[in-house]
Design a protein around this ligand. Structure first.
Ligand code: SAH
Length: 393
């Protein structure tokens, strides 16, 4: 196995089980590892500290194990996936008769940096975010089959757009097992078409499940605007929560089609819902003041740290528009899924927006990602989803 030697003192974060080695921490390589190879990491004093997937880039190694004697082989993947599956069953998202949509593996949160696996009924959608996970995909798929047994029939691998582009790994999307076209999954008793072939991420935003469920409780009798609706998740819950009307908006016509299909699937011919393919800022400018429940769940405004300032301005501008128009006594669900934006930064942006609109605002809930998207205590950066539920006087 290739070895990577750290500069003196650069092992400190690894001693605290942080799962990344930055390229700047590396003094030298023993040999020439290829992207995706498993390498051993040694301190300047040549002591073993961890092993993981090597990749060219700012994060040079993603740690898989801190144990020198643990081989990264079929048994390793099987063990990690079994731990992840047991955890999902223990918290009740897997093996739940009303819910078969959940995240089985959440990267660093499951000690498997670079790997995401979402379950949609009898199909697992597997996504590699690192060269190493791509190289090991067949072993992982085999382990997944064994761990899930007859709970799944299909495994779809979807990594064309998530792998480092420069590595030129030639990843192709496709089934590694089965090949079902039945793509309807259930989330808390509601049905959704999951477009794992062409949709964003693995086809669905599984991470908003608990927040959608909370929204349902507030929807009764309200006029709801679901801004950035994508597949209409929040809209479908608002409908079940007996909203008076639900308007879904997304700039993508494909998203609007998906939303309409999902509403039809659960509430056929229900006239309370309408969807609009339009830019969020334009819609917020032209709309009236009829809404008393607004959801703002935009795409990540800051994909990198350098984009932070612009992103915060974006969140502020967006939220000001909602605060200006929401009815007195209205409720705003507002989110940021940018990892680079901290909880405090997001809160400041939203508070500034409230002040600019001159509204009196109280925090009802502070939201985050659900338990099947766990955060490793050693990798606090893994907490990426932030939300506030606000009562606007
Ligand atoms: N709330 C959704 C996920 C939102 S993803 C859920 O629960 O599933 C973000 C969505 O914002 C995408 O569907 C994207 O098409 C849309 N979007 C991006 N920029 C936009 C803009 N300027 N105006 C409206 N929608 C936009």
């Amino acid at each position: 196995m290739y070895k990577v030697y750290l500069k003196p003192g650069k092992e400190e974060s690894l001693k605290r089980f942080h799962p990344w080695v930055f390229s700047g921490a590396i003094a030298r390589f023993d040999g020439e590892p290829e992207e995706g190879d498993v390498v051993e990491i040694l301190t300047a004093k040549k002591e073993f500290i961890a092993k993981g997937h090597f990749q060219i880039g700012s994060i040079a190694v993603r740690v898989l194990s801190f144990n020198e004697n643990e081989a990264i082989d079929e048994a390793f993947w099987k063990n990690k996936l079994q731990i992840a599956y047991n955890m999902r069953r223990a918290i009740g998202v897997a093996g739940n008769p009303t819910n078969n949509t959940y995240r089985l593996v959440h990267g660093e949160g499951d000690n498997l940096p670079g790997l995401v696996i979402d379950i949609y009924d009898r199909t697992a959608v597997m996504q590699a975010h690192s060269a190493g996970m791509h190289m090991d995909r067949m072993q992982i798929a085999q382990a997944l089959s064994e761990v899930m047994g007859d709970a799944i029939d299909n495994i779809y691998y979807k990594s064309e757009t998530t792998l480092p582009y420069k590595a030129d790994l030639g990843a192709e999307n496709g089934f590694t097992k089965g090949g079902s076209s039945n793509n309807i999954a259930t989330e808390y008793g509601l049905k959704f078409h999951i477009d794992w072939l062409k949709g964003q991420k693995t086809g669905f935003f599984v991470d908003q499940r608990e927040n959608r469920s909370l929204l349902e409780k507030y929807a009764h009798g309200r006029s709801v605007l679901n801004m950035f609706c994508y597949t209409g998740g929040f809209s479908v819950y608002a409908m079940r929560g007996n909203a008076k009307l639900v308007h879904s908006v997304d700039s993508s016509a494909k998203a609007i089609d998906l939303t309409n299909k999902n509403i039809e699937l659960n509430f056929p011919d229900d006239k309370r819902h309408e969807a609009y393919a339009e830019d969020a800022f334009k819609y917020l400018d032209r709309m009236g003041d009829q809404y008393d429940l607004i959801i703002l769940d935009p795409p990540a405004f800051a994909k990198h740290r350098d984009a932070l300032r612009n992103a915060l301005q974006g969140y502020r501008k967006l939220n000001v528009k909602a605060f200006e128009k929401i009815k007195p006594g209205g409720i705003l669900f507002t989110f940021s899924c940018s990892q680079a934006v901290s909880k405090e930064n997001f809160r400041t942006a939203v508070f500034t927006a409230a002040a600019m609109a001159g509204r009196s605002v109280r925090i009802l809930h502070q939201l985050t990602q659900p338990a099947d998207h766990p955060v490793s205590i050693y990798h606090p950066e893994g907490e990426y989803l932030k939300g506030l539920v606000l009562y606007v006087e």
